[in-house]
Design a protein around this ligand. Structure first.
Ligand SMILES: Cc1cc2nc3c(=O)[nH]c(=O)nc-3n(C[C@H](O)[C@H](O)[C@H](O)COP(=O)(O)O)c2cc1C
Length: 190
C-alpha cells in the first residue's frame, strides 16, 4: 500500500496540519508508511488552460508538478487536508487540483487509464474551519475534493470536518478531536 498525504494549508503547525499528522500517526501505527506532500513547499503554477494535455496526455508546464504526477499514479491511498478559505479549499490546494486537468484529458479525451493496472485508490478528506458547523460550511470544499478524486480514479471513502477552530493550534484544546483523528487513521486502509 502506498499512501500519500497532500497538505494544503500555508500555515505550518496549524489545525489541519496537527489533525493530518495525527491521522498519519494512526495509519503508521499499522505499519503503513505515508509520504507527506506539503504544497507550500512546492513551486508550481496554476493551470493555464493551454490544452496541450488533450493531445499529448502530459502537462506542458514544467515545474514541481512534474515530479508529483508519478507519485499519484503509484498511490493506493490519498489523504487531502485543507483549511476552509472563503467557503472552499485553500488557494494552494485549488491550484494543485487544477493541475490534474492532465488526468481529465487522459481519461476523457485520450481514453487512457489513470493507473496502468486500472485500480481505484481510496481517498480521505480533512478540513478545518473557524465558523460554527452549518450545512454550507464544508459543502464547497467537499464538492471540489470529490471532483478531484473522481478524475484521478479515487473513491471518496470519508472525511473529518472540524469546525470552530480558528487560532493556530486551537485543536489542542479539543483532545477528543485528536483522539478521533488517531482512531480514524488506524481504521483507514486496513
Ligand atoms: C484567507 C482565509 C479565509 C478563511 N475563510 C474562512 C471561511 O470561509 N470559513 C471559516 O469558517 N473559516 C475561514 N477561515 C479560518 C480558517 O479556516 C481556520 O482558522 C482554520 O482552522 C485554519 O486552519 P489551519 O490552522 O490548518 O491553517 C479563513 C482563514 C483565512 C486565513
Amino acid at each position: 500500500m502506498k499512501v500519500i498525504a497532500v497538505f494544503g494549508s500555508p500555515r505550518s503547525g496549524g489545525n489541519s496540519d496537527i489533525l493530518l499528522n495525527t491521522i498519519i500517526t494512526g495509519i503508521e501505527a499499522n505499519g503503513i508508511q505515508v509520504e507527506k506532500i506539503v504544497l507550500r513547499n512546492l513551486r508550481f503554477n496554476p493551470c493555464i488552460s493551454c490544452e496541450k494535455c488533450m493531445q499529448t496526455g502530459n502537462c506542458a508546464v514544467n515545474d514541481d508538478m512534474q515530479k508529483i504526477y508519478p507519485i499519484f499514479i503509484e498511490a493506493t491511498g490519498i489523504l487531502v487536508a485543507s483549511p476552509i478559505y472563503f467557503m472552499g479549499v485553500s488557494a494552494q490546494l485549488k491550484a494543485f487540483i487544477d493541475r490534474f486537468q492532465v488526468f481529465w484529458s487522459r481519461k476523457y479525451i485520450l481514453h487512457l487509464p489513470v493507473r496502468k493496472d486500472g485500480n481505484i485508490s481510496k481517498g480521505f478528506f480533512v478540513a478545518t474551519a473557524a465558523r460554527k458547523e452549518s450545512e454550507s460550511l464544508f459543502a464547497g470544499s467537499i464538492k471540489t475534493v470529490k471532483s478531484f478524486f473522481h478524475v484521478i480514479d479515487t473513491e471518496y471513502i470519508g472525511n473529518m470536518l472540524c469546525s470552530e477552530l480558528e487560532e493556530k493550534g486551537s485543536v489542542y484544546e479539543k483532545q477528543e478531536l485528536l483522539k478521533q483523528a488517531f482512531d480514524t487513521g488506524k481504521a483507514l486502509f486496513v
